[in-house]
Design a protein around this ligand. Structure first.
Ligand SMILES: [Zn+2]
Length: 418
């Protein structure tokens, strides 16, 4: 089967069944802790026999921009998905970007499917499904959230619950990710796709820090599935969309800079519109608070003035104009505001106190979106060709994972035993 070229990079069709997994919120700290405790045997084996390192996610370190970067092999400037929603300059309304019409680039798996590679994509939440399933030919694509609704005509599969043997889980649960992996394993056995992409959800990581009973149990569960794919002969490549950090003060309460409030104090009310593109209308588990914001300004307010003022605020790691931020982070300028603001490792960005319900954050806030959540795991269960081994020392990105899995692994290498 011929190779495909997608967004300027060339990918071989899978020589062996290949499974790419995005661990939502896969912060390296969880795995370091797991290795220290010896509770991740499959990943330990990958580390010894293949690759285990860290790579950089794209900024904003949010789920949708990074999932789209992983499957397109390109930054948001190319694929267009800069957040979960953006402010449509024409209508002045906030528009969700879960529809494929917002996509500006094709995916690697869709291009391979068009050449006859059998592809299966399973996501945790349904909001990613249509973006990831766009232009997939003759493949399988469904979400765990709406597994019971999968139909042959639209999703390439039906009776998913019967195949998996599980009911559809709650959307806010650790079972949602486990369902993706269990369904992935059943689909792998039943349909033998040559290429799978499995995308999990970060419910556990938002609630539980590394080293807690809950996060240990969850990562042990993931590790068992990674081992199961490995034992079935798949090339397994795993990365993440972003890390995760505590965003709390010394009292354990959320540490938040309220940008709308600050900007109206400085420049007058209604002069700035703050967009926090981490969220969507039904987010509950992190109170719509992350470390990335973009601000649209009234024409009477100069962007450089806002940048200058925000630079003096403790807890802000980066603030820059649209042009500078889009250059630095490879973002699409028409979907970013006049100013980009990024909170530091311990600080989240909000609008005003009235616009966030902190009562939902009983155990404090863990979130992402900033530069401090850029480091993510990057692992493969096979040894690499020399040229790819050398690339590990360069500026490795999470969106290099398809390249490594399809082009970079040694053929017919020894694999771990079950
Ligand atoms: Zn995520």
């Amino acid at each position: 089967m011929p190779a495909v070229t997608v967004n300027g990079r060339t990918y071989r069709a899978p020589q062996e069944p290949t499974v790419i997994i995005c661990i939502d919120g896969g912060d390296p700290a969880y795995f370091q802790h797991g290795f220290d405790r010896g509770i991740l045997p499959a990943l330990q084996r990958f580390r010894e026999q293949g690759v285990f390192t860290t790579a950089k996610a794209v900024v904003p370190t949010f789920t949708n921009p990074n999932n789209l970067s992983i499957v397109t092999g390109a930054p948001p400037a190319v694929h267009g998905i800069s957040g979960n929603f953006f402010l449509d300059p024409e209508s002045g309304t906030e528009v969700m970007m879960n529809d494929p019409r917002f996509l500006r680039a094709g995916s690697i798996h869709a291009a391979l499917s068009q050449q006859g590679t059998r592809v299966a994509v399973i996501t945790a939440k349904d909001k990613l499904r249509r973006l990831l399933g766009h232009e997939v030919q003759q493949g399988i694509c469904f979400s765990a959230e709406k597994a019971h609704e999968a139909q042959q005509a639209e999703h390439g599969i039906d009776e998913v619950n019967a195949l998996v043997g599980w009911d559809t889980p709650e959307v806010y649960s650790s079972q949602l990710s486990e369902f993706v992996l269990e369904a992935g394993l059943r689909v792998f056995e039943r349909y033998q796709p040559a290429l799978m992409y499995l995308s999990l959800t970060d419910y556990i990581q938002h609630k539980h820090a590394p080293g807690t009973v809950e996060s240990d149990r969850f990562h042990q569960c993931l590790d068992q599935y990674f081992g199961a794919f490995d034992a079935r002969g798949a090339v397994v490549g795993i990365t993440a969309d972003h890390g995760m950090n505590d965003k709390n003060n010394a009292l354990g309460q959320p540490q938040i800079i309220y940008l709308s409030q600050l900007l109206s104090t400085w420049f007058g009310s209604e002069k700035a519109r703050v967009i926090l593109p981490i969220t969507d209308p039904y987010v509950v588990h992190h109170g719509a608070l992350g470390s990335f914001a973009t601000v649209y300004l009234d024409p009477t307010v100069a962007a450089h003035q806002v940048v200058g003022q925000l630079k003096t605020v403790a807890g802000i790691e980066y603030v820059g104009t649209r042009d500078e931020a889009c250059r630095l982070f490879a973002l699409p300028p028409d979907r970013v505001g006049d100013v980009v603001v990024i909170g530091d490792r311990g600080t989240a960005l909000g609008k005003s106190p009235a616009e966030h319900d902190l009562s939902l954050l009983e155990g404090g806030l863990r979130s992402h979106g900033g530069l401090a959540e850029q480091a993510v795991l990057f692992t493969l269960n096979r040894p690499l060709k020399a040229a790819y081994r050398q690339q590990l020392a360069t500026d490795l990105r999470n969106f290099d994972i398809f390249d490594f899995a399809l082009n970079g692994v040694e053929g017919g290498a020894s694999r771990g035993s079950a």
